[in-house]
Design a protein around this ligand. Structure first.
Ligand code: DCC
Length: 173
């Protein structure tokens, strides 16, 4: 039996045991196969394990307009969420956003090259081992360095058993 794409967010041809990356192919933020997605491409810098970053250069047009000439606030939230979520993989964690807060500091313009940066803050240990809670932050910056929007996020590491239960194959270690 096949399941409609509307329910699974994946093509029917992906029946079987798709990896998490295959299932993420239609992610609104970064999925290459989502024709209406943002197609964000990040570069991660893990040279300082204490301060891992994920950076993306992007530019949006009227498809994502909120105030005239500016990006919709919900899209700003999606951009920031995406930048923070991109820090989990370099930390070898599958995690979902549990909480995020946003400062909308300046309107974020359309038709301009902008910079989106996520930074890992910390992962408090629990009982001597890495805890489930990961704290990240993200910013959208104008090329002149002005910070237009800023977020802080709490991500919760997902037990890989839940992935198996959902029929998803975790990534290779
Ligand atoms: C198949 C998946 C593939 C996942 C593959 C990866 C996909 C990447 C997606 C990109 C990012 C997204 O947009 S994800 C999409 C948006 N997010 C979601 O849909 C997630 C919906 N939420 C959930 O499913 C659930 O809440 C989980 C799985 C995240 C966590 O559930 P849980 O294990 O029951 O834990 P829960 O009690 O809710 O909360 C965990 C801890 O956070 C604490 N906590 C809560 N709020 C706060 C807060 N403001 N500040 C401090 N701490 C807080 C709680 O007190 C608790 O602490 P304590 O009592 O434990 O100490």
């Amino acid at each position: 039996m096949t399941t409609p794409d509307t329910a699974r967010h994946t093509p029917n041809s992906m029946d079987g045991n798709p990896t998490i990356d295959e299932r993420a192919n239609h992610c609104f933020g970064c999925g290459p196969a989502n024709p209406q997605g943002l197609h964000l491409a990040f570069t991660t810098d893990t040279s300082n394990p204490e301060a891992i970053t994920a950076t993306c250069h992007f530019q949006l047009d009227r498809m994502h307009e909120g105030p005239p000439g500016y990006i919709h606030g919900g899209i700003v939230a999606a951009l920031l969420d995406e930048a923070m979520s991109k820090l989990n993989r370099p930390l070898n964690v599958l995690a979902m956003t549990r909480h995020m807060e946003i400062d909308y500091l300046r309107p974020v313009p359309l038709y301009q090259p902008l910079v989106l940066i996520g930074r890992h803050l910390n992962r408090p240990a629990k009982d001597g081992t890495p805890g489930r809670k990961l704290f990240h932050q993200a910013e959208i910056q104008h090329p002149d360095g002005t910070v237009l929007a800023r977020s802080k996020g709490l991500f919760i590491a997902i037990d890989e058993k839940l992935l198996f239960a959902a029929g998803i194959t975790p990534p290779e270690a």
